[in-house]
Write a protein that binds this ligand. Structure first.
Ligand code: PMP
Length: 351
């Protein structure tokens, strides 16, 4: 830290993204929940065309992209905001909907960035432990007296809360905002987007990084009632109105036009997840009931950190977290069938 760094950030511990290997080592990369499939053909085509126009600023309103999203999700374009990844929008939400009197409220085991966003925005936060089986007790979030952030499916557990239970949380927080982070919803969970028409205190965030294979393009969006979207836009337009570049906007539109491609890839991932779970079980692993593109697995005879290190030495990257409650586990992204077969081969040697 330099002597000039603002004192307001002197305790800020930044989020640590999963390792992105550099150099000659070729890893099987199962550590950041990326898709093993390339972006859709139309996403690639539209992005290539858009690069020719990058002497111009991108559309700060993301007009065509929001119209395409509105069409896809059965809402109005005024109900949609786009961001530089869904992280961008989650950060806006911490900024717009939390303050000294309105803490952020989230689980002990969930997306690690929530704590960082709270610290960065200098708002208080209250942590609610998950149950022993890593599920959420909806009643823990009733009348939360703060802004609730729930990843559904949760990360890194992959466990999804049924929509009915989320609706109970929303209903029991008439004076609070509930943000549902649906980064992994396309791999077997049910989206709360339709509930945004019924409740004026619900924000749903989604991403193009996982099911739509556009992690590197950085595109996320949120759906909510018009007033909440206006608040998020006030924060966005006060920081970076051009937060989504024009190549990414074009790729997003292309991807939405190729919906069958995305749906087919999600089906493949879910099938591969099932097959990998069968193989992991044969090796003695236990895992949570995942509705995401990753498996959260532990082995009774081998500490999580040991498996992570042994796999790394054998050229496979998975994600290990040090937090006490989950240190026995590893989060393994579901890649292609071929990648998962190699993973299982290496685990067979290790176990
Ligand atoms: N929410 C959750 C639960 C995540 O795991 C991630 C991915 N790290 C994100 C949001 C953010 O994804 P992106 O910014 O790529 O949309």
């Amino acid at each position: 830290m330099s002597r000039f760094f603002s004192a307001k950030f002197d305790r800020l511990i930044p989020y640590v993204p999963g390792e992105q290997p550099k150099g000659k080592n070729v890893f099987i990369k199962l550590n950041t929940n990326e898709s093993p499939f390339p972006p859709s053909p139309k996403a690639q085509k539209y992005a290539a065309e858009a690069i020719e126009k990058t002497m111009l600023y991108s559309d700060p309103e993301c007009f065509r992209l929001r119209a395409a999203l509105a069409d896809r999700y059965g809402v109005d374009a005024d109900n949609v905001i786009c961001g530089n990844g869904s992280d961008d929008i989650l950060n806006f939400a911490f900024s717009a909907f939390c303050d000294e009197k309105t803490p952020a409220v989230f689980a002990d085991i969930t997306y690690g960035f929530y704590r960082v966003f709270a610290e960065y925005n200098r708002v208080p936060y209250r942590i609610i432990p998950l149950k022993d089986d890593f599920t959420i007790d909806p009643a823990d979030y009733f009348n939360a007296e703060g802004t609730v952030f729930i990843a559904n499916p949760n990360a890194p557990t992959g466990i999804a809360l049924p929509v009915g239970e989320i609706e109970e949380i929303i209903k029991n927080n008439p004076e609070n905002i509930v943000v549902i982070d649906e980064a992994y919803v396309d791999f077997g969970a049910v989206s709360c987007v339709p509930l945004t028409k019924k409740y004026d205190n619900l924000v749903v965030t989604e991403t193009f990084s996982k099911s739509r294979s556009l992690a590197g393009a950085r595109l996320g969006f949120a759906v909510a009632n018009k007033e909440l979207i206006t608040d998020l836009n006030t924060v966005r337009n006060s920081t970076n109105p051009y937060n989504v570049n024009s190549i990414t906007q074009a790729a997003g539109i292309g991807s939405l036009e190729d919906r069958e491609y995305t749906d087919e890839n999600c089906r493949k991932i879910m099938q591969t997840r099932k097959q990998t779970e069968i193989e992991l079980k044969k090796l003695g692993f236990v895992f949570t009931d995942s509705s995401a593109n990753f498996i959260f697995a532990a082995h009774p005879d081998h500490p999580g950190g040991e498996i992570y290190k042994a796999l790394r030495e054998k050229g496979v990257l998975i994600r290990h977290f040090d937090a006490d409650r989950i240190k026995d586990y590893n989060r393994i992204t579901v890649g292609s069938d071929e990648q998962m077969e190699k993973l299982i081969q290496k685990l067979r040697c290790i176990i």
